[in-house]
Design a protein around this ligand. Structure first.
Ligand code: NAI
Ligand SMILES: O=C(O)C(=O)[C@H](O)COP(=O)(O)O
Length: 384
Protein backbone atom coordinates (compact mmCIF):
# COMPACT_ATOMS: atom_id res chain seq x y z
CA UNK A 1 0.00 0.00 0.00
CA UNK A 2 1.32 3.43 -0.85
CA UNK A 3 0.30 6.23 1.46
CA UNK A 4 0.83 9.87 0.58
CA UNK A 5 0.38 12.07 3.62
CA UNK A 6 0.63 15.68 4.73
CA UNK A 7 3.97 15.88 6.56
CA UNK A 8 2.27 17.86 9.36
CA UNK A 9 0.10 14.93 10.47
CA UNK A 10 1.45 13.97 13.87
CA UNK A 11 2.55 10.37 14.52
CA UNK A 12 2.30 9.36 10.87
CA UNK A 13 4.73 6.46 11.32
CA UNK A 14 3.36 5.36 14.69
CA UNK A 15 -0.21 5.09 13.42
CA UNK A 16 0.15 4.24 9.75
CA UNK A 17 3.69 2.82 9.43
CA UNK A 18 2.58 -0.83 9.46
CA UNK A 19 -0.32 -0.24 7.03
CA UNK A 20 1.78 0.96 4.11
CA UNK A 21 4.80 2.88 2.83
CA UNK A 22 4.36 6.50 3.76
CA UNK A 23 5.52 9.39 1.62
CA UNK A 24 5.20 12.65 3.58
CA UNK A 25 4.71 15.73 1.40
CA UNK A 26 3.82 19.36 1.98
CA UNK A 27 0.04 19.57 2.43
CA UNK A 28 -0.11 23.14 1.12
CA UNK A 29 1.59 22.37 -2.20
CA UNK A 30 0.48 18.75 -2.73
CA UNK A 31 -0.06 18.15 -6.47
CA UNK A 32 -1.65 15.54 -8.73
CA UNK A 33 1.85 14.22 -9.49
CA UNK A 34 2.46 13.67 -5.76
CA UNK A 35 -0.61 11.48 -5.35
CA UNK A 36 -0.77 9.71 -8.71
CA UNK A 37 0.63 6.39 -7.48
CA UNK A 38 -0.83 6.48 -4.00
CA UNK A 39 -3.56 4.10 -2.77
CA UNK A 40 -4.30 6.11 0.32
CA UNK A 41 -4.26 9.87 0.83
CA UNK A 42 -4.07 11.44 4.28
CA UNK A 43 -4.51 15.20 4.57
CA UNK A 44 -5.16 18.08 6.91
CA UNK A 45 -7.17 21.21 6.16
CA UNK A 46 -4.69 22.89 3.82
CA UNK A 47 -4.98 20.47 0.87
CA UNK A 48 -7.81 20.88 -1.65
CA UNK A 49 -9.01 17.35 -2.29
CA UNK A 50 -10.94 17.30 -5.56
CA UNK A 51 -11.03 16.05 -9.12
CA UNK A 52 -8.02 18.18 -10.07
CA UNK A 53 -5.91 16.43 -7.43
CA UNK A 54 -7.16 12.87 -7.76
CA UNK A 55 -8.53 12.13 -11.24
CA UNK A 56 -6.49 9.38 -12.83
CA UNK A 57 -4.79 8.44 -9.56
CA UNK A 58 -5.02 5.07 -7.76
CA UNK A 59 -6.30 6.66 -4.53
CA UNK A 60 -9.21 4.69 -3.03
CA UNK A 61 -9.28 6.10 0.50
CA UNK A 62 -8.97 9.71 1.64
CA UNK A 63 -8.75 10.63 5.31
CA UNK A 64 -8.56 14.14 6.76
CA UNK A 65 -7.28 14.35 10.33
CA UNK A 66 -9.44 17.44 10.93
CA UNK A 67 -12.97 18.35 11.96
CA UNK A 68 -13.59 20.71 9.04
CA UNK A 69 -14.23 19.16 5.62
CA UNK A 70 -14.71 22.26 3.45
CA UNK A 71 -11.41 21.50 1.67
CA UNK A 72 -12.78 18.18 0.40
CA UNK A 73 -15.13 17.73 -2.57
CA UNK A 74 -17.05 14.88 -0.98
CA UNK A 75 -19.58 14.67 -3.82
CA UNK A 76 -16.84 14.05 -6.34
CA UNK A 77 -15.13 11.46 -4.10
CA UNK A 78 -18.42 9.59 -3.70
CA UNK A 79 -19.17 9.66 -7.41
CA UNK A 80 -15.67 8.28 -8.04
CA UNK A 81 -16.06 5.46 -5.53
CA UNK A 82 -13.39 6.86 -3.19
CA UNK A 83 -14.00 6.25 0.51
CA UNK A 84 -13.74 9.35 2.67
CA UNK A 85 -13.32 9.77 6.39
CA UNK A 86 -12.84 12.83 8.64
CA UNK A 87 -12.20 13.23 12.36
CA UNK A 88 -15.35 14.83 13.81
CA UNK A 89 -14.84 16.28 17.25
CA UNK A 90 -11.12 15.38 17.40
CA UNK A 91 -9.96 18.81 18.51
CA UNK A 92 -13.27 20.25 19.75
CA UNK A 93 -12.01 20.51 23.34
CA UNK A 94 -8.91 22.37 22.19
CA UNK A 95 -11.08 25.00 20.50
CA UNK A 96 -13.28 25.20 23.61
CA UNK A 97 -10.22 25.86 25.80
CA UNK A 98 -9.06 28.56 23.37
CA UNK A 99 -12.45 30.29 23.64
CA UNK A 100 -12.54 29.97 27.45
CA UNK A 101 -9.09 31.53 27.68
CA UNK A 102 -10.14 34.39 25.41
CA UNK A 103 -13.30 35.02 27.47
CA UNK A 104 -11.30 35.06 30.71
CA UNK A 105 -8.92 37.68 29.24
CA UNK A 106 -11.83 39.73 27.91
CA UNK A 107 -13.56 39.74 31.31
CA UNK A 108 -10.38 40.91 33.02
CA UNK A 109 -9.71 43.57 30.40
CA UNK A 110 -13.24 44.90 30.81
CA UNK A 111 -13.12 44.86 34.60
CA UNK A 112 -15.83 42.17 34.86
CA UNK A 113 -15.07 40.58 38.22
CA UNK A 114 -17.33 37.55 37.67
CA UNK A 115 -16.86 36.33 34.09
CA UNK A 116 -20.05 34.26 34.25
CA UNK A 117 -22.05 37.52 34.19
CA UNK A 118 -21.20 37.71 30.48
CA UNK A 119 -23.97 36.35 28.23
CA UNK A 120 -22.57 34.14 25.47
CA UNK A 121 -24.15 33.57 22.05
CA UNK A 122 -22.90 30.42 20.31
CA UNK A 123 -23.49 30.30 16.56
CA UNK A 124 -23.24 26.68 15.45
CA UNK A 125 -23.94 24.17 18.23
CA UNK A 126 -22.25 21.00 17.03
CA UNK A 127 -19.24 19.26 18.58
CA UNK A 128 -17.37 22.48 19.40
CA UNK A 129 -20.31 24.79 20.12
CA UNK A 130 -22.12 22.05 22.08
CA UNK A 131 -19.09 21.28 24.27
CA UNK A 132 -18.49 25.00 24.84
CA UNK A 133 -22.14 25.47 25.87
CA UNK A 134 -21.87 22.53 28.25
CA UNK A 135 -18.76 23.92 29.97
CA UNK A 136 -20.09 27.49 30.13
CA UNK A 137 -23.36 26.23 31.54
CA UNK A 138 -21.52 24.38 34.32
CA UNK A 139 -19.56 27.56 35.00
CA UNK A 140 -22.83 29.45 35.52
CA UNK A 141 -22.91 31.47 32.30
CA UNK A 142 -26.12 32.42 30.55
CA UNK A 143 -25.66 30.78 27.13
CA UNK A 144 -27.84 30.90 24.03
CA UNK A 145 -27.48 28.68 20.97
CA UNK A 146 -28.17 29.63 17.37
CA UNK A 147 -28.22 26.64 15.03
CA UNK A 148 -30.99 26.79 12.41
CA UNK A 149 -30.12 23.40 10.82
CA UNK A 150 -30.43 21.71 14.23
CA UNK A 151 -33.54 23.71 15.09
CA UNK A 152 -35.18 22.43 11.90
CA UNK A 153 -34.12 18.82 12.48
CA UNK A 154 -34.89 18.60 16.19
CA UNK A 155 -38.54 19.33 16.70
CA UNK A 156 -38.81 17.75 20.18
CA UNK A 157 -38.21 21.08 21.99
CA UNK A 158 -35.63 19.48 24.32
CA UNK A 159 -33.09 22.11 23.26
CA UNK A 160 -33.97 25.76 22.82
CA UNK A 161 -32.47 27.65 19.90
CA UNK A 162 -32.51 31.40 19.34
CA UNK A 163 -32.37 33.57 16.23
CA UNK A 164 -29.03 34.85 14.95
CA UNK A 165 -30.13 38.35 15.97
CA UNK A 166 -30.62 37.23 19.57
CA UNK A 167 -27.26 35.41 19.65
CA UNK A 168 -25.61 38.52 18.23
CA UNK A 169 -27.01 40.67 21.03
CA UNK A 170 -24.92 38.76 23.62
CA UNK A 171 -21.81 40.14 25.34
CA UNK A 172 -19.72 37.45 23.62
CA UNK A 173 -20.59 36.06 20.18
CA UNK A 174 -18.58 33.02 19.16
CA UNK A 175 -18.74 31.29 15.77
CA UNK A 176 -18.59 27.50 15.41
CA UNK A 177 -20.26 26.74 12.09
CA UNK A 178 -18.68 24.82 9.23
CA UNK A 179 -17.87 26.74 6.04
CA UNK A 180 -20.65 25.91 3.57
CA UNK A 181 -21.22 27.53 0.21
CA UNK A 182 -24.63 26.15 -0.76
CA UNK A 183 -28.04 25.49 0.74
CA UNK A 184 -30.48 27.39 2.96
CA UNK A 185 -27.96 27.83 5.76
CA UNK A 186 -24.79 28.53 3.79
CA UNK A 187 -22.20 30.24 5.99
CA UNK A 188 -19.93 31.79 3.36
CA UNK A 189 -19.84 35.51 4.24
CA UNK A 190 -22.69 34.98 6.67
CA UNK A 191 -21.28 37.96 8.59
CA UNK A 192 -21.30 40.83 6.13
CA UNK A 193 -21.74 44.56 6.55
CA UNK A 194 -25.32 44.48 7.85
CA UNK A 195 -24.84 41.83 10.53
CA UNK A 196 -21.53 43.27 11.69
CA UNK A 197 -23.16 46.69 12.05
CA UNK A 198 -25.35 45.35 14.87
CA UNK A 199 -22.33 44.64 17.10
CA UNK A 200 -21.20 47.39 19.47
CA UNK A 201 -18.07 48.29 21.41
CA UNK A 202 -19.17 46.40 24.52
CA UNK A 203 -19.28 43.14 22.61
CA UNK A 204 -16.67 40.55 21.73
CA UNK A 205 -16.78 38.59 18.46
CA UNK A 206 -14.66 35.41 18.28
CA UNK A 207 -14.16 33.45 15.06
CA UNK A 208 -12.55 30.02 15.26
CA UNK A 209 -14.69 28.47 12.50
CA UNK A 210 -13.39 29.39 9.04
CA UNK A 211 -12.19 32.80 7.85
CA UNK A 212 -14.67 32.90 4.97
CA UNK A 213 -17.64 32.92 7.38
CA UNK A 214 -16.88 36.63 7.92
CA UNK A 215 -16.53 38.98 4.94
CA UNK A 216 -13.10 40.56 5.41
CA UNK A 217 -13.92 43.85 3.67
CA UNK A 218 -17.05 44.29 5.81
CA UNK A 219 -15.17 43.58 9.03
CA UNK A 220 -12.39 45.96 8.05
CA UNK A 221 -14.96 48.69 7.41
CA UNK A 222 -16.76 47.97 10.71
CA UNK A 223 -13.53 48.13 12.69
CA UNK A 224 -12.87 51.61 11.27
CA UNK A 225 -16.19 52.91 12.55
CA UNK A 226 -16.87 54.30 16.01
CA UNK A 227 -18.33 51.90 18.57
CA UNK A 228 -16.66 48.86 16.95
CA UNK A 229 -16.70 45.51 18.80
CA UNK A 230 -13.58 43.73 20.06
CA UNK A 231 -12.66 40.96 17.64
CA UNK A 232 -10.60 37.81 18.06
CA UNK A 233 -9.70 35.92 14.89
CA UNK A 234 -8.07 32.51 14.71
CA UNK A 235 -9.17 31.91 11.13
CA UNK A 236 -8.79 34.16 8.08
CA UNK A 237 -9.94 34.48 4.53
CA UNK A 238 -7.29 33.33 2.06
CA UNK A 239 -4.96 31.60 4.53
CA UNK A 240 -1.98 31.64 4.50
CA UNK A 241 -2.06 35.01 2.73
CA UNK A 242 -4.07 36.82 5.31
CA UNK A 243 -5.12 40.46 5.28
CA UNK A 244 -2.38 42.12 7.37
CA UNK A 245 -4.41 45.30 7.86
CA UNK A 246 -7.24 43.28 9.38
CA UNK A 247 -4.79 41.65 11.77
CA UNK A 248 -3.70 45.08 12.95
CA UNK A 249 -7.27 46.07 13.76
CA UNK A 250 -8.35 43.03 15.76
CA UNK A 251 -7.73 42.59 19.47
CA UNK A 252 -6.20 39.10 19.26
CA UNK A 253 -4.92 37.41 16.11
CA UNK A 254 -3.81 33.77 15.98
CA UNK A 255 -2.70 31.60 13.02
CA UNK A 256 -5.52 28.98 12.88
CA UNK A 257 -4.31 27.10 15.93
CA UNK A 258 -7.40 27.00 18.15
CA UNK A 259 -7.55 23.24 17.58
CA UNK A 260 -3.81 22.69 17.99
CA UNK A 261 -3.62 21.10 21.43
CA UNK A 262 -1.41 18.01 21.24
CA UNK A 263 -4.40 15.91 22.34
CA UNK A 264 -6.56 17.37 19.55
CA UNK A 265 -3.98 16.76 16.83
CA UNK A 266 -3.15 13.24 17.96
CA UNK A 267 -6.84 12.34 18.25
CA UNK A 268 -7.25 13.49 14.63
CA UNK A 269 -4.58 11.00 13.55
CA UNK A 270 -6.12 8.27 15.69
CA UNK A 271 -9.61 8.72 14.25
CA UNK A 272 -8.38 8.45 10.68
CA UNK A 273 -6.21 5.45 11.62
CA UNK A 274 -9.33 3.77 12.99
CA UNK A 275 -11.35 4.57 9.85
CA UNK A 276 -8.58 3.35 7.57
CA UNK A 277 -8.18 0.15 9.61
CA UNK A 278 -11.94 -0.49 9.32
CA UNK A 279 -11.78 0.16 5.56
CA UNK A 280 -8.94 -2.33 5.21
CA UNK A 281 -10.42 -4.89 7.58
CA UNK A 282 -7.47 -4.57 9.97
CA UNK A 283 -7.62 -4.48 13.78
CA UNK A 284 -7.19 -0.95 15.20
CA UNK A 285 -5.34 -1.40 18.46
CA UNK A 286 -3.43 1.88 18.76
CA UNK A 287 -4.82 4.68 20.89
CA UNK A 288 -3.92 8.39 20.97
CA UNK A 289 -3.31 8.21 24.74
CA UNK A 290 -0.39 5.82 24.38
CA UNK A 291 1.55 8.38 22.38
CA UNK A 292 0.99 11.43 24.61
CA UNK A 293 4.17 12.38 26.48
CA UNK A 294 4.27 13.58 30.06
CA UNK A 295 3.13 17.22 30.12
CA UNK A 296 5.69 19.91 31.02
CA UNK A 297 3.26 21.27 33.60
CA UNK A 298 1.40 18.61 35.53
CA UNK A 299 0.44 20.17 38.84
CA UNK A 300 -0.79 23.48 40.25
CA UNK A 301 -1.55 24.10 43.86
CA UNK A 302 -3.90 26.65 45.45
CA UNK A 303 -4.44 27.24 49.17
CA UNK A 304 -7.38 28.61 51.14
CA UNK A 305 -5.95 32.10 50.53
CA UNK A 306 -6.60 31.77 46.79
CA UNK A 307 -9.40 33.79 45.22
CA UNK A 308 -11.59 31.76 42.84
CA UNK A 309 -11.46 33.76 39.61
CA UNK A 310 -7.79 34.72 40.01
CA UNK A 311 -6.90 31.06 40.51
CA UNK A 312 -8.98 29.94 37.52
CA UNK A 313 -7.29 32.61 35.38
CA UNK A 314 -3.85 31.46 36.49
CA UNK A 315 -4.64 27.83 35.72
CA UNK A 316 -6.27 28.55 32.36
CA UNK A 317 -3.43 30.79 31.18
CA UNK A 318 -0.72 28.45 32.45
CA UNK A 319 -2.12 25.89 30.02
CA UNK A 320 -3.03 28.23 27.22
CA UNK A 321 -2.65 31.98 26.81
CA UNK A 322 -3.68 33.22 23.34
CA UNK A 323 -1.66 36.41 23.82
CA UNK A 324 1.51 34.39 23.20
CA UNK A 325 0.19 33.19 19.84
CA UNK A 326 -0.96 36.72 19.08
CA UNK A 327 2.53 38.10 19.77
CA UNK A 328 4.20 35.44 17.60
CA UNK A 329 1.78 36.10 14.78
CA UNK A 330 2.22 39.88 14.81
CA UNK A 331 5.98 39.42 14.74
CA UNK A 332 5.77 37.03 11.77
CA UNK A 333 3.37 39.28 9.87
CA UNK A 334 5.78 42.21 10.21
CA UNK A 335 7.86 40.53 7.47
CA UNK A 336 7.69 41.83 3.88
CA UNK A 337 4.36 40.96 2.22
CA UNK A 338 5.74 38.10 0.07
CA UNK A 339 7.19 36.34 3.12
CA UNK A 340 4.03 36.45 5.24
CA UNK A 341 2.26 33.42 3.72
CA UNK A 342 5.19 31.05 4.38
CA UNK A 343 5.63 32.63 7.83
CA UNK A 344 1.95 31.93 8.66
CA UNK A 345 2.45 28.28 7.71
CA UNK A 346 5.69 28.07 9.71
CA UNK A 347 3.88 29.30 12.84
CA UNK A 348 1.50 26.37 12.39
CA UNK A 349 4.11 23.76 11.45
CA UNK A 350 6.41 24.66 14.35
CA UNK A 351 3.61 25.17 16.87
CA UNK A 352 4.82 24.65 20.46
CA UNK A 353 3.43 21.72 22.40
CA UNK A 354 0.18 22.78 24.02
CA UNK A 355 -1.56 20.48 26.46
CA UNK A 356 -5.20 20.48 27.46
CA UNK A 357 -6.50 21.41 30.92
CA UNK A 358 -7.11 17.74 31.71
CA UNK A 359 -3.32 17.14 31.72
CA UNK A 360 -2.90 19.30 34.85
CA UNK A 361 -3.83 18.19 38.36
CA UNK A 362 -5.08 21.02 40.54
CA UNK A 363 -4.35 20.68 44.20
CA UNK A 364 -6.90 22.57 46.30
CA UNK A 365 -6.43 22.75 50.06
CA UNK A 366 -9.14 24.28 52.19
CA UNK A 367 -10.83 25.93 49.21
CA UNK A 368 -14.57 26.41 48.71
CA UNK A 369 -16.88 23.92 47.03
CA UNK A 370 -17.64 26.61 44.44
CA UNK A 371 -13.93 26.85 43.56
CA UNK A 372 -13.68 23.09 43.21
CA UNK A 373 -16.74 23.07 40.94
CA UNK A 374 -15.21 25.78 38.76
CA UNK A 375 -12.00 23.81 38.20
CA UNK A 376 -13.96 20.63 37.48
CA UNK A 377 -16.20 22.46 35.01
CA UNK A 378 -13.13 23.79 33.20
CA UNK A 379 -11.90 20.23 32.74
CA UNK A 380 -8.98 20.14 35.20
CA UNK A 381 -8.36 17.06 37.32
CA UNK A 382 -8.69 17.78 41.04
CA UNK A 383 -6.54 16.62 43.89
CA UNK A 384 -8.26 17.64 47.13
N1 NAI B 1 -9.83 27.00 14.35
C1 NAI B 1 -9.60 25.71 14.46
O1 NAI B 1 -8.48 25.30 14.75
C2 NAI B 1 -10.69 24.73 14.23
C3 NAI B 1 -11.79 25.09 13.50
N2 NAI B 1 -12.83 24.21 13.33
C4 NAI B 1 -13.99 24.67 12.56
O2 NAI B 1 -15.13 24.64 13.42
C5 NAI B 1 -16.22 24.14 12.67
C6 NAI B 1 -17.25 23.56 13.61
O3 NAI B 1 -16.75 22.39 14.21
P1 NAI B 1 -17.73 21.32 14.90
O4 NAI B 1 -18.52 21.96 15.97
O5 NAI B 1 -16.92 20.17 15.28
O6 NAI B 1 -18.67 20.96 13.69
P2 NAI B 1 -20.06 20.25 13.75
O7 NAI B 1 -20.38 19.83 12.36
O8 NAI B 1 -20.11 19.27 14.85
O9 NAI B 1 -21.06 21.45 14.15
C7 NAI B 1 -21.34 22.55 13.33
C8 NAI B 1 -22.71 23.06 13.71
O10 NAI B 1 -22.96 24.25 12.96
C9 NAI B 1 -24.33 24.23 12.59
N3 NAI B 1 -24.56 25.14 11.48
C10 NAI B 1 -24.43 24.91 10.15
N4 NAI B 1 -24.79 25.99 9.44
C11 NAI B 1 -25.15 26.93 10.35
C12 NAI B 1 -25.63 28.26 10.24
N5 NAI B 1 -25.81 28.87 9.06
N6 NAI B 1 -25.91 28.95 11.39
C13 NAI B 1 -25.74 28.37 12.60
N7 NAI B 1 -25.33 27.09 12.76
C14 NAI B 1 -25.02 26.39 11.65
C15 NAI B 1 -24.60 22.78 12.27
O11 NAI B 1 -25.99 22.49 12.29
C16 NAI B 1 -23.83 22.07 13.36
O12 NAI B 1 -24.64 21.80 14.49
C17 NAI B 1 -15.58 23.11 11.72
O13 NAI B 1 -16.38 22.88 10.59
C18 NAI B 1 -14.28 23.79 11.36
O14 NAI B 1 -14.49 24.58 10.23
C19 NAI B 1 -12.80 22.96 13.89
C20 NAI B 1 -11.71 22.56 14.62
C21 NAI B 1 -10.54 23.40 14.81
O1 LIG C 1 -9.87 20.43 12.52
C1 LIG C 1 -10.09 21.45 11.85
O2 LIG C 1 -11.13 21.64 11.20
C2 LIG C 1 -9.10 22.52 11.83
O3 LIG C 1 -9.39 23.64 11.55
C3 LIG C 1 -7.70 22.11 12.11
O4 LIG C 1 -7.37 22.29 13.45
C4 LIG C 1 -6.78 22.88 11.22
O5 LIG C 1 -5.50 22.36 11.27
P1 LIG C 1 -4.70 21.98 9.93
O6 LIG C 1 -5.43 20.85 9.34
O7 LIG C 1 -4.76 23.15 9.02
O8 LIG C 1 -3.35 21.62 10.41
Amino acid sequence: MRIVADENIPLLDSFFGDIGDIRPVSGRTMSAADVQNADILLVRSVTRVNRALLEGSRVRFVGTCTIGTDHVDQKWLESSGITFSAAPGCNANSVVEYVLSVISLHAERRGVADWSKLRVGIVGAGNVGGELAHKLDRLGFDVVLCDPPRAEREDDDSQEFVSLEEAMACDVVTLHTPLTREGDHATLHMFGRERLSSLTENQLLINTSRGEVIETSALLARLDEPNAPSVVLDVWENEPRIHAELMEKVWLATPHIAGYSLEGKVQGSEMVYQALSRYMGLPARKKAGQFLPEPALNKLSFTSAAEEMDSANIAIRSCYDPRRDDARMRLAMALPAEERGPAFDRLRRDYPVRREFSSVKIQLKGTSKSMQDTFRALGFKLKL
